[in-house]
Ligand binder design. Structure first.
Ligand SMILES: C[S@@+](CC[C@H](N)C(=O)[O-])C[C@H]1O[C@@H](n2cnc3c(N)ncnc32)[C@H](O)[C@@H]1O
Length: 304
């Protein structure tokens, strides 16, 4: 077959796949938006905005400001020594003991603001979900240089009772992200330095109930499941859990597969990288035993 024909056929097949994905996306989004559960509606409306790039002028101005902030960090070559208590890369075989002991690594701020930090489309999804709810106690596990924290704090500004408590094992990253969030004029946050295993129990006891948790660090199968179990007794009647990187490694896939089946969830939504669980204790109805699967198209990543 001539090369040009092969190329055209490949393009047609790619186009068909995109159309099919868009149709499935539309169907899933419609079922969320039209669900009888008002909280699932909120999540559906938030994700629809990200997929269709539908934002208010104020939101666009905020996102532009936050992406400029990210770009400034990306340009920084300053090295930071961090104590890493995470799982390493997706192929790492760090033992629980090694992760608990931690390892010291030097990274540039520029690297930390790009690869490990939530990409714009996902950061906007966090923003839209938080903006749609009226959550007070929000926790982030994994601050890094504060990119996702900045998005979440801006989203929480509509409610003066709301605050984000973000945890990171690296004291140096906590210092840097504190300065970063302050430079953006944010005051609705607290940053706690320490391993999740050390900080989380005390924090949960202190806040008593949690409305929202973004789990974006220590992508280890056992640890992720353990954090989920620790959070369970503290979740408020209506709460949202967002797990990042649920496809990052075989272990994370297994952890997410187990977590998403837990009876605490009223509905579970899978947005590629993100696993979102809605807990609505006021409703006795499980919305669907199927997972709502949504794809954020590559075109969304190019914006901003
Ligand atoms: C992927 S980065 C977080 C990115 C950030 N949420 C964002 O999107 O801008 C993960 C962070 O979790 C922290 N971390 C990993 N394992 C940890 C642990 N066991 N305890 C505390 N912090 C941990 C790392 O130091 C790192 O800064």
């Amino acid at each position: 077959m001539p090369k040009i024909v092969k190329k055209v056929l490949r393009k047609i097949s790619k186009c068909r796949e995109t159309c099919k994905r868009k149709k499935t996306n539309n169907d899933v989004i419609n079922s969320l938006v039209n669900s009888k559960n008002i909280y699932l509606n909120k999540i559906g409306i938030s994700l629809r905005a990200v997929i269709l790039d539908e934002y208010t002028e104020t939101e666009r101005a905020t996102f532009t400001k936050l992406e400029q902030f990210r770009q400034t960090l990306i340009r920084s070559k300053q090295l930071v020594q961090i104590e890493d208590f995470g799982a390493g890369n997706s192929e790492s075989t760090r033992t629980a003991e090694e992760m608990s002991k931690g390892s010291v690594i030097n990274y540039s701020i520029g690297y930390l603001a790009s690869s490990p930090s939530s990409r714009p489309a996902y950061a906007r999804a966090l923003y839209k979900i938080l903006e749609a709810f009226d959550f007070a106690n929000c926790i982030e596990m994994g601050t890094c240089v504060g990119v996702s924290a900045a998005y979440q704090c801006f989203a929480l500004q509509h409610n003066e009772r709301s605050r984000l408590i973000t945890i990171d094992g690296s004291a140096n990253l906590c210092k840097i992200s504190r300065a970063n969030l302050t430079s953006l004029g944010l005051t609705n946050f607290e940053i706690r330095a320490g391993r999740f295993a050390d900080v989380l129990p005390g924090l949960l006891n202190e806040v008593k109930t949690v409305d929202y948790v973004f789990i974006d660090g220590h992508h280890d199968e056992r640890a992720t499941f353990d954090y989920f179990m620790q959070l369970l007794p503290y979740l408020s009647d209506v709460s949202v859990l967002i797990f990042d990187d649920v496809n990052w490694s075989d272990g994370m896939v297994r952890a997410w597969n187990l977590i998403q089946k837990h009876e605490v969830f009223t509905a579970v939504i899978d947005v590629q990288k993100f696993g979102i669980g809605l807990i609505d204790k006021t409703s006795t109805e499980k919305i669907s035993s199927d997972i709502f699967k949504i794809t954020i198209e590559k075109s969304c990543f190019k914006k901003y």
